[in-house]
Write a protein that binds this ligand. Structure first.
Ligand code: A2P
Length: 218
């Protein structure tokens, strides 16, 4: 019925508790602030500006997001493939409203997005749709062979005109590449460059983020 169809959310996901949102947001800001001052980053500045020598303020470059979350299933109010099946999954129903502890293991930046990589536990993977990584195979060849859950991330910010769906695609694109060269040891961990403006900082100590499994209607 129409009612059933419209009762599905825009997406399901883990929503960071508000104190944790502040902590993660601040860590991301500090990272961006430091990144754009590094010589290694300035060397590749044209990836962001289209011009060598031009400066960029990454804090201004990205429009940061307010409700930080890790999407598990984008349902588009029931229009997305597998949305109904996902909403009916007993594990989804049982977990709805529960708080989980997410492990943020890396921060990444591209000319389009900035995000945090989330490394899911076995328990958390039960809420992760098995075909997520396969869906991106057409656009990102090789992504289907990445481990299930590879796309899990939190969008922290997008460049002007970029949709948040891009963040997960940017992460997958980095993950199919051979590990980039470690260009800098930062306080938070080692920074690697993957070409074409793609940077990833593997966190020395993962950030533990409490998050409620729920859904967003908009
Ligand atoms: P992400 O999970 O990377 O942040 P929007 O505001 O564009 O409708 O998106 C709402 C949320 O759903 C965002 O969190 C976004 O990306 C995610 N999202 C949007 N479209 C898709 C899609 N096609 N596949 C997976 N996630 C999506």
């Amino acid at each position: 019925s129409l009612l059933e169809e419209t009762s599905l959310p825009l997406y399901f996901g883990w929503f960071l508790l508000s104190s944790v949102q502040v902590k993660v947001g601040c860590t991301a800001m500090d990272f961006l602030k430091t990144l754009d001052t590094l010589e290694a980053f300035k060397k590749h500045i044209a990836d962001f500006t289209g011009q060598a020598e031009k400066e960029v303020d990454l804090e201004q470059y990205f429009e940061t997001k307010e409700t930080l979350h890790c999407t598990t299933k984008f349902c588009n109010y029931g229009k997305a493939d597998g949305a109904k099946e996902y909403a009916k999954n007993p594990v989804v129903k049982k977990s709805y409203g529960s708080v989980f502890s997410l492990s943020l293991t890396a921060l990444f930046v591209t000319p389009r997005t900035v995000g945090a990589r989330v490394s899911l536990t076995e328990e958390q993977l039960q809420l992760w749709p098995a075909d997520t990584e396969k869906e991106s195979e057409v656009g990102i060849p090789g992504s289907a062979s990445l481990p299930v859950g590879s796309r899990a991330h939190i969008t922290l910010g997008c460049a002007a005109g970029v949709e948040p769906v891009q963040t997960g695609l940017d992460l997958l694109q980095i993950l199919i590449l051979p590990e980039g060269e470690a260009v800098e040891e930062m306080e938070l961990g080692s920074l690697r460059y993957y070409g074409e403006g793609r940077w990833m900082l593997s966190l020395r100590e993962p950030i533990c983020a409490a998050a409620c499994f729920s859904s967003f209607y908009g």
